[in-house]
Design a protein around this ligand. Sequence first.
Ligand SMILES: NC(=O)c1ccc[n+]([C@@H]2O[C@H](COP(=O)([O-])OP(=O)(O)OC[C@H]3O[C@@H](n4cnc5c(N)ncnc54)[C@H](O)[C@@H]3O)[C@@H](O)[C@H]2O)c1
Length: 354
Amino acid sequence: MNNSILSVQSQSAEESSQADTLLYLSRTHLEELGGGHSAMYVKALEEVLVLHARQQFVQPLKPYLRMQEEGGHIADRIIAMPAYVGGDSPIAGIKWIGSKHDNPSRRGKERASGVIVLNDPDSHYPVAVIEAGLISSMRTAAVTVAAAKVLAKPGFARVTSIGCGLIAERQLQAMLEHFPCMEEIVLYDVRQEAAERLQEWLHSNFSHVQVSIVRDVEEAVRRGEVVITCTVADKPYIPYAWLSKGAFVSNISIMDLEKDVFLLADKVVVDDWDQANREKKVLHQLVQEGRFSKEQLHAELGAIIAGQKEGRTSEDEIIVLNPMGMAIEDIACARELFQQALEQGVGTRLPLYG
Ligand SMILES: NC(=O)c1ccc[n+]([C@@H]2O[C@H](COP(=O)([O-])OP(=O)(O)OC[C@H]3O[C@@H](n4cnc5c(N)ncnc54)[C@H](O)[C@@H]3O)[C@@H](O)[C@H]2O)c1
């Protein structure tokens, strides 16, 4: 086992003569470490997805804490996401991530917030507490980038985002940072002002790309060679018929695609079958109705990235990725930033006991 993280950790612990301290990394610390750019997340993601394909991880199913049993908003919850990531530099940890649908509209805050705790896999002691919102949104964008490399039509020019909140912004940022072939972005949101805000942000940060807002969701989906769902919808509304030939759909918000999309698409890919097939999400409903099974799944994404399964094999295929989001993705990205923080002396040391 390569203990590179922990050896740097114990070095700095020695330096401060405090064995039982942990490192706190705020959003500002993460940004100082380059955590606002997607390249590091995509690399960490691709590595951890290969570990996933090789079964070098432990990832219990994540519990959803919902405080309102019936009739609550689908995006109101706090999720606990523990994982152990193996490989050359093992690490354990948990993301504890809250979500409230009306945080943006009522409180002027990001929908999701949380912390990641990293644990030394030998002693099981906590070694870091890290702001989770940035890592969570960036790793989710990195999933789409890693998937688009193997599942989207090479040279795709038009990307559609359905939903224009923070997750959409990070998705488009990461895609633009990785795919110079992108020429046009099509935006749709039920709230016009959200689409306008994102259009403005894109104009200021990526002025070479044309950004159009459309008022009709069907038109937005039809125009996308890559379609990314980033809404907080709780009922499907995108039928298979709207998808153009050769489309790749990154179904980040999970509840937007009608059942027929899963039944008719040429390839359905998930991040992890056990994680994807639960919580009454669309895929889970289909399994419960006996209309979809693991045998109909093309692959888990890691198996494609590891070269165990094929990605896209023809121009015309319609391919759907259903990524529920995995704790190993958060923990692997957090480990990367923790490692860099130790090397660069960034962060605030907190005593565990004193
Ligand atoms: N799969 C994953 O790993 C993963 C990770 C993080 C977030 N997410 C999901 O991403 C989604 C977006 O998160 P966010 O933080 O950007 O939320 P947000 O509230 O900031 O933005 C959501 C946007 O979607 C719009 N919207 C809602 N319903 C819509 C509909 N039917 N059609 C079009 N637009 C609609 C809203 O007006 C809003 O602008 C959430 O559903 C969240 O659960 C998934």
